[in-house]
Every structure is written in C-alpha cells, then in structure tokens.
Design a protein around this ligand. Structure first.
Ligand code: PLP
Length: 469
C-alpha cells in the first residue's frame, strides 16, 4: 500500500517511543497513533505527517512508519488520498474501527452486570419517536420542563405500570428522574438524614448516593429467600428507628434471589406498624424467564411504598430516565428537591419515550429482548457447567445478571486481574458487601451484552484464569 504523504511534512505529532520496552517500536507507534485518534488528539480529517518526516522526527526507519500507517489504514483509523497524503478517518470510520479493536482497558469478554444489550437499542423506533416528537410537540414543550416530568410520559408510565406490574399509579404521584440514581438522591434528600436499611450485599454506587445525601445506612442481610426482613426489629433496637427499607424484591441486586412472599407480607406489615417507608427498586423486573413475575409490592400498599423504575435495563443507561411512584404525602417534597437539583429532566427525550411506550414499540422491544436474554442466560448456565467444574449459577432465572458460585473462595482482586489478562471482565460478589469480603466464592456476571459464543468463550477463559491462580 502506498502511504506516501506528499511533499509537505504535515502537523507536529507528539508520540513517544520507548526503546527499552519489550514491545516493538512498530507496535508502539501503532498503539500511539490509535490512541491519538481515539482520544481526539488527532482530529478527523487531519493530515498526518509525511512518513519520511515522521521517521526522521522519531529516529526510526521510514519503512517502520510506512508499515504502521498501512496497518491503521487497514483498520480504518486512517484514509489515504492519492497524491494528497494520509488523513485521520472521519468520526464514523474512526468509531467503527475503535469498536472493532479491543481496548486493553475494556475486556473483550466483559461480564459487566449493569448493561442491557447495547447493540440492540431500538435505534429506528427511537428515531421515529424523536421525529414524531419534534414534528408534533407544541412550542411550549421547548420551555423549561415540568419538574415532575412531562405529563405525556407520566400518563404513559402510569398505564404501563398498572398493566405490567400491578402498580397503583397515578400521573399525579409520579416524578420522572435521571435514572434510579437520581431517584435515590431525591429520596435521601426528602428523608432528610433518615435511617435507611439497605440490602447487604447491594449496589455500592447507590449506597454511596444515599450516604452522600445524609442518609444513615444500616445493612440488612440477604439470604436465599431475599432480604431478612425479620431482622428489622433487632436492627432498629441496635441502631435506632428505621425510616425506610430499600429492597429489590423481584430480583435481588446482586444475589439474584426473589423476596419470598411471606417476607414481602412481613415487610409491608413492618411499614404499616412503624410508619416506615419501603423503597421498591424494580430495576429489572421486566425480565423473568421461568414464570410470570410477582406483581410489584407497591400495588398492595401504595401509601407505604415508593416504586422505582428505569429504562437503563429496558432501553439503555445512556438515556438517564427513570421514575418514582410516590405515596401522595411525599410528592411535594420530592418535586421541590427535583427542582433544586436540575429543574426537571430533558423534555424532548421524555416525550419520545412517551411515544415509544404509548405506541406499543416499547412492549415489542421488551418481548424481543426477553427472548434474547433468556437464550444468553441459558448459554451462561451451560458454559459454567462445561468450563467451571464445581461452580453453579444461583438465583432465579431473571434479569440481566447472575451469580456464579465458584465452589471455592478466591481472592476477588487477583481473579479479576488474572481474568483481565485473558481479556475477560468479571465482578467479585465480595465487593458488593458493606463490609467488603476480599475473599469470597461469588461472581456477579452480566450476560445481556454478550452474544452466546462470546459468553461461551469468556467462561472458557475464566476457567483458565482460575487455573492461573
Ligand atoms: C439495583 C439497580 N437499580 C437500579 C439500576 C438502574 O440505575 P439507573 O436507572 O440510575 O441507571 C441498576 C442498574 O444497574 C441496578 O443494578
């Protein structure tokens, strides 16, 4: 391939080569160029230095630069224009190339538990919804948003939640927020330093949000039947009165168990007797593969339960859209916190989501996604049986992640590193406890963002990584 870049030498380029490194100079040069394109230091359409000039700047042979340019041309990072030189590819070409290239910091087989299938975002349906919104929205939609959320979206959510989750939902008691994350932020502020019992293990970032807003957190242990609700009385005796209990009843995060019906009843009884609040994080209840899911607890005690939902598992975390269905007495407090936080969520995306839900595309997407994730969960269970002797998948067949019990405790950090060297991302369960357990036998593995062959290969490599230890 001719990659001569013309007579002018082009821009200065800061690239450092380490002559003592084990990695060869050509590989270092290629890495440096790729990194510069990805990070935007080399902007799209920029002309690269002539090979001769760069070779002389770097003190390497021209052949080496020609080969490195040739490799990046083949990968799509660069484009050659005959007689004009070599240029950085435009953004589309760059991102396609970057996506195809495994980055050292993002493992190729990443079992990160927080993702739905990012490649399966309903781009066309979303585009249609956005287009319809921009065409039909009245001018006033472009003013400051309603801090409670766009009425169209609150209506669509209320109808959807009544139908699929048995939630007692009225658009007047719904507050749209920037994902569950902001829901926790708003609730902690509205509870004003209240004591909140949180499932342990749970999700550390959510605990951090609650604590940062002044909530006093009390660990509520979890066993195979979900949160140990009967412990609440003893916890209150030891720590002081508990104002709220945060649970993930449909699919405990992260252990994957479902809250047993007697415990659901006991939790609602606790709330009634103690004027307490239950925060029901229903983050992935759309996905149950072996039977119909139980309806949300909120439907049984709408005055005691805050119901929390999100599109992070159904559509994409990037949308940052979620909702709280609140007991009526909490609505004003939460809305004033929302106003103080950000004046309300972006209206156009809310209207597009309302369009997606009300027009049926949301349900269609969920039906298709459910089939896809069920197959991926099956693939995980099979791969574990094949490649990890002594290990098993625990928790109910639901959601987008599962717990794998390895059958022996391992040092989670060392396992992460060993797996990382084989380009596999795994997430030790021990780090989800309030009192971290560096040595534990559990892994939290998300399977939704990996196709079946990648799940199989990732688990095979995990088996090797365990042998490395
Ligand atoms: C337990 C739990 N709740 C809620 C969410 C969604 O959070 P958000 O809506 O802020 O993306 C997640 C996402 O991973 C989760 O694991």
């Amino acid at each position: 391939m001719d990659v001569e870049t013309g007579t002018s030498s082009g821009p200065e380029l800061l690239l450092e080569l380490d002559r003592d490194a084990r990695r060869g100079l050509r590989a270092q040069l290629e890495d440096g160029l790729r990194e510069a394109v990805r990070s935007g230091r080399l902007a799209a359409h920029l002309r690269l230095p002539a090979t001769r000039a760069l070779a002389s700047d770097l003190g390497v042979s021209r052949r080496l630069v020609v080969d490195a340019y040739g490799q990046l041309l083949a990968e799509g990072y660069l484009v050659a224009r005959h007689g004009a030189g070599t240029f950085v590819a435009d953004a589309a070409g760059t991102s396609a190339a970057a996506a195809a290239e495994p980055r050292p910091s993002v493992p190729r087989f990443d079992f990160f538990p927080g993702f739905p299938d990012l490649a399966n975002f309903p781009r066309q349906a979303w585009l249609r919804a956005l287009r319809a919104t921009l065409r039909d929205a009245p001018d006033r939609a472009f003013g400051y948003p309603d801090p409670r959320g766009a009425l169209e979206l609150r209506r669509a959510i209320a109808e959807h939640l009544r139908r699929v989750r048995g939630v007692v939902a009225d658009p007047e008691t719904i507050v749209v927020c920037s994902g569950a994350a902001q829901g926790f932020f708003l609730l902690a502020r509205a509870l004003d330093g209240g004591r909140i019992a949180v499932e342990d293990p749970g999700l550390p970032p959510h605990r951090a949000i609650l604590a940062a807003q002044g909530a006093r957190l009390v660990p509520l242990p979890v066993d195979e039947r979900g949160a140990r609700v009967d412990d609440l009385a003893a916890l209150a005796a030891a720590e002081g009165p508990i104002d709220a209990v945060l649970v993930t009843p449909a699919h405990q995060s992260p252990t994957g168990v479902a809250l047993a019906p007697p415990r659901r009843a006991a939790l609602l009884a606790w709330a009634g007797e103690n004027e307490g609040l239950v925060i029901e994080d229903d983050y992935d209840a759309e996905y149950r593969y072996d039977r119909a899911p139980l309806a949300a607890m909120q439907g049984l005690a709408a005055d005691r339960v805050v119901y929390m939902g999100t599109v992070s598992k159904t559509l994409a975390p990037a949308l940052r859209l979620g909702w709280l269905v609140l007991p009526a007495r909490l609505v004003d407090r939460v809305v004033s916190e929302k106003l103080l936080a950000d004046h309300g969520c972006a209206t156009i995306e809310q209207l597009a989501l309302a369009h997606l839900i009300a027009g049926g595309a949301y349900d269609r997407h969920l039906r298709q996604a459910r089939r896809r994730y069920r197959a991926r969960r099956d693939a995980l269970v099979e791969a574990v049986a094949r490649h990890l002797p002594g290990a098993r998948v625990t928790g109910v067949a639901a959601g987008l992640h599962a717990i794998v019990r390895l059958g022996q405790a391992v040092d989670g950090m060392r396992l992460m590193q060993a797996a990382g060297r084989r380009s596999v991302g795994v997430y030790p369960l021990g780090y989800a406890y309030m009192d971290v357990r560096p040595v534990d036998d559990g892994l939290v593995l998300g399977y939704a963002n990996l196709a079946e062959p990648a799940i199989e290969e990732g688990i095979r490599r995990l088996g090797r990584a365990l042998e490395d230890l």
